[in-house]
Structures are given as structure tokens and as C-alpha cells.
Write a protein that binds this ligand. Structure first.
Ligand code: B12
Ligand code: SF4
Ligand code: SF4
Length: 385
């Protein structure tokens, strides 16, 4: 079933879901895109109330851009009446998290200030180049390839910054399910993937009815399941609550959803100023971002232990940048604005601003110091020749 596309400056182009899938299968591998699907617009969002509650209850943690036009975010055709479909793309940046992954424990206050190196204290998504640049460029490339086959194709592309509920659309387009940690999880690839979208003036025949999630995306480097499922589940967490229990700040609400104002990712990346009084220790050893609720997820352990056969390599650009080496946490705690700009422009670390980086590094150092046991009298005796 398809949705009507309001006539506008970009006349609708009709295409079947099968023909679109064939075009995506040609375009995506050339542009390092691992998953792609489509949602017909306009589309009632099944979890619209979850979004309204998030903003209404002030759980957006001071990110005012999120609250600016809550209803507009639920219907992209209010701004772009020509849009007949929303394409959703995913790009892997890590193949899961190995069980007992040490790097969030980088989050745990253990070890000396430079062990593990400071880059291990940075979320996996943020150790290389900026995904906004890489993924947006890749989606532009794929959409340009579609446009060569579909003259008159009009698009608006966004990664992160557009007013789109990317995870809800990713679920509707069949890319995965949303876990309790609120991340979009693909059963075989885990959640270590970025999302991006392209509004297009396509009228796609043969997509699920508006608001009904697809069971598989139109294009995928790996199928979600061995056998086709009759309906796409809203969640596949079952009785697991590992992420809820592991979250150091209780940011994942037991009833579902996240309080972004309590999330360490917010505190270390978006927050300008100081964390709530008396809560410095909760940051542990995390310098930038937080992966804890993904690192404990069994779907990510599985993705790391048994990646699907024939998976293309991770896109170059997301590996830790060699230029990050050679700095210590102490260097970061006093890094100058100029040095910060020279090193971190066009990387995700740019987002926390130099003040945020100095603040984060100082707090990690303080937490590590607090966690290092003071020498005891016995230590002194043992150390005496
Ligand atoms: C604001 C924001 C944040 C905030 C708030 C996060 C949050 N959970 O809301 C902060 C700064 C805390 C944050 C942190 C992180 N973020 Co962020 N963030 C965003 C952003 C810009 C908007 C998210 C948003 O609208 N939140 C509001 C809530 C209500 O929306 P939502 O969680 O997407 O839920 C919607 C649906 O999924 C649905 N829903 C709600 N409940 C349920 C239940 C079920 C069963 C289902 C099916 C659906 C459903 O309802 C909602 C409305 O439709 C998106 C990009 C985008 N434009 O979407 C990236 C995005 C979500 N972030 C991303 C990443 C990578 C992260 C971090 C992992 C980074 C890190 N390592 O530190 C953490 C993860 C923290 C976490 N557990 O969520 C990726 C997630 C990729 C993925 N695989 O899911 C995104 C998509 C960016 C991108 N383009 O790739 N982020
Ligand atoms: S990213 Fe960290 S702080 Fe935020 S919800 Fe997940 S575990 Fe909690
Ligand atoms: S850790 Fe468990 S509850 Fe949390 S997202 Fe993963 S499967 Fe779901």
C-alpha cells in the first residue's frame, strides 16, 4: 500500500519496492552502506506518544532543538510536502562489542591515568573521523546513483541533525528493533551502526501499510533471521534487563525510554557546564560518550563472537585516528583551544568543545585518583629493602 504524495515542486516518481530494492542493491555496496529500507510517507508513527512523553516530561536533557517543533518531527511531509518516502540507511562502525569488553570499563575507575590509553576511554563511535561527514557523503553517493536511474529524483538527506526520529523509521523500514537501551539493534550486526535518512519524491508500491514495520530491509549485508518472520517484533529483549542494571546513572527507565538528562553520553558530549552536583564519580573513567548499555547487550556479544559470513569490512575512517596518539589524559586536561581545534576538527570529539574536553579529562583523572587505593603501612614495609 502506498501513501499519496502531495503534488509539489518535485512530482512523484512511481516505483515498486522490488525495483527500488534492486537499485539499492547496486548502489549501497559502492557507498559502504550496510542496510537500507524505505517507509512510505505520510506515516503515522506507532510510538509517537513515546516521543511526546520524552519531550513533555523534559527528558530531552536541555537539548532544546529537540523540543522546538515536536509535532513536525512526527511528520516530515509538513515541511516537505513533496516527500513520498523516507529511505533509511545504516552503516556499521563496530561489529558488536565482545563480551566483557574492556573499554566501557575504561569507564570503570581502574588503573593508572594512562592505562588504558585515553582513546579507549572514548566511545567506539567517536575514535575516528566524523560520521556525519562520512555517512552523509555515502548516502549522497547512493542517492545520486538512484537518481541516474530515476531522472527527476529529488531528495533531502540528513544524518542525526535533521528533524527525523531515525530509530523509529529504521524499525519501520525493517533495519532492526529498538532495545531497552533505546538503540536500534540488528539481530546479526548488533547496534554498532549509524543511521541516516533521505526524503525522496518516490511513491513506492509494495511497502508495508503505513505504521506497520517491515520484517527485513530492502537491502542488507546480512539477514536479520535465518527464516523469514511473519511480523516484525517491536522488541526482542525478552526478559533481559542487562542494560538497565548496568547503566551507572539509572538513565534507562525501567518502564522503557531514556532520561537523556541523566545519560553519561549527554554529560560528556552535549552538556555545557558542570554535571549535577555531587555526581562527578558516576562518570568513572569515561572521557567521551558511553557504550556501557551496548557493551553489556547479548546481541552485541553475539555480533562480535559470530559475525555473519561474507560481511564487508568496516568502512575506513572509523578506526582510531593515529593522530590521537601521543596525548595523555593530563595533556587533555589542559589542552589549548588551538591544539583542540587542530587535532579534533572533523572528528566527533569536536562536539564537546575544548572546555568540555578539559572538564571531562580533569574529572576522569580525579575519579581514577579516588579509585587508586592509598599505600598502606604494609605496602611501605613490603617496599622497604
Ligand atoms: C538526542 C540524541 C541523543 C541523546 C538522547 C538519546 C535518546 N535515547 O533519546 C543522547 C545525547 C543521550 C544520545 C546518546 C547516544 N546516542 Co544519540 N541521538 C540523538 C538523536 C539526535 C535524537 C534521538 C531522539 O530523538 N530521541 C528521542 C527519543 C524519544 O527517540 P528515540 O529513542 O529514537 O525513540 C523513538 C522510537 O524509537 C520510538 N520508541 C520509543 N520506545 C519504543 C519502544 C519500542 C519497542 C519501539 C520499537 C520503538 C520505540 O519512539 C520514539 C519516537 O518515535 C539521534 C538521531 C536522530 N535524529 O534520531 C541520535 C542517535 C539516536 N544517537 C546515536 C548514538 C550512536 C548514540 C550513543 C550510542 C553515543 C554514545 N556512545 O555515547 C548514545 C546512546 C545512548 C542511548 N542509550 O540512547 C545513534 C543511534 C544508532 C543506533 N544504532 O541506535 C543515532 C541514531 C545517531 C545516528 N544518526 O546514528 N543521543
Ligand atoms: S549511554 Fe551510558 S549512561 Fe547513557 S543510558 Fe547507556 S549506560 Fe546509561
Ligand atoms: S541489554 Fe538486554 S534489555 Fe538491553 S537492549 Fe540488549 S537485549 Fe535488550
Amino acid at each position: 500500500m502506498t501513501a499519496p504524495c502531495t503534488p509539489g515542486p518535485a512530482p512523484a516518481i512511481g516505483i515498486t519496492a522490488a525495483a527500488l530494492a534492486a537499485l539499492l542493491a547496486r548502489a549501497c555496496p559502492d557507498h559502504h552502506l550496510d542496510l537500507a529500507g524505505a517507509v512510505a510517507l505520510p506515516c503515522p508513527l506507532p510510538h509517537a506518544d513515546a516521543w511526546r512523553a520524552f519531550v513533555g516530561e523534559g527528558r530531552h536533557g536541555g537539548l532544546e532543538y529537540l523540543a522546538r517543533d515536536p509535532e513536525g518531527r512526527l511528520d516530515p511531509t509538513r515541511r516537505d510536502a513533496w516527500a513520498g518516502a523516507l529511505l533509511v540507511f545504516a552503516q556499521r562502525y563496530t561489529d558488536g562489542w565482545p563480551q566483557g569488553d574492556a573499554d566501557p570499563a575504561a569507564g570503570g575507575p581502574a588503573g593508572a591515568a594512562d592505562d588504558p590509553p585515553w582513546t579507549a576511554r572514548v566511545s567506539r563511535y567517536a575514535r575516528g573521523r566524523d560520521y556525519h561527514d562520512l555517512l552523509k557523503g555515502d548516502i549522497q553517493g547512493a542517492v545520486a546513483a538512484l537518481a541516474r536511474a530515476l531522472p527527476g529524483l529529488h531528495s533531502r538527506i540528513a544524518v542525526d541533525t535533521g528533524p527525523y526520529l531515525e530509530r523509529e523509521y529504521a524499525w519501520l523500514a525493517g533495519l532492526g528493533f529498538q532495545g531497552r537501551n533505546t538503540c536500534l539493534i540488528h539481530e546479526k550486526l548488533g547496534s554498532g551502526m549509524f543511521l541516516g535518512v533521505a526524503l525522496v519524491n518516490l511513491r513506492v508500491e509494495g511497502l508495508p501499510a503505513p505504521g506497520v514495520p517491515a520484517t527485513e530491509p530492502l537491502y542488507a549485508v546480512a539477514a536479520r533471521r535465518r527464516r523469514a518472520a511473519p511480523v516484525a517484533p517491536a522488541s526482542r529483549c525478552g526478559s533481559c534487563t542487562s542494560c538497565v542494571e548496568a547503566c551507572p546513572t539509572q538513565a534507562i527507565l525501567p518502564g522503557g525510554g531514556l532520561d537523556a538528562g541523566r545519560c553519561l553520553s549527554m554529560w560528556t558530549i552535549e552538556l555545557r557546564g558542570e554535571v549535577p552536583a555531587g555526581r562527578d564519580a558516576e562518570q568513572g573513567g569515561l572521557l567521551f560518550g558511553c557504550d556501557i548499555c551496548q557493551a553489556v547487550c547479548p546481541w552485541n556479544a553475539h555480533a562480535a563472537a559470530a559475525p555473519p559470513a561474507g560481511l564487508p569490512p568496516l568502512r575506513t575512517g572509523y578506526a582510531t585516528l593515529p593522530s590521537h596518539a601521543g596525548l595523555s589524559l593530563h595533556d587533555l586536561a589542559s589542552i589549548s583551544d588551538e591544539d583542540f581545534a587542530a587535532r579534533f576538527r572533523r572528528t566527533p570529539l569536536w562536539r564537546c568543545h575544548p572546555d568540555g574536553m578539559r572538564r571531562n579529562a580533569r574529572r576522569v583523572l580525579a575519579n581514577l585518583e579516588r579509585a587508586t587505593p592509598a599505600p598502606t603501612a604494609d605496602d611501605d614495609v613490603a617496599g622497604t629493602p
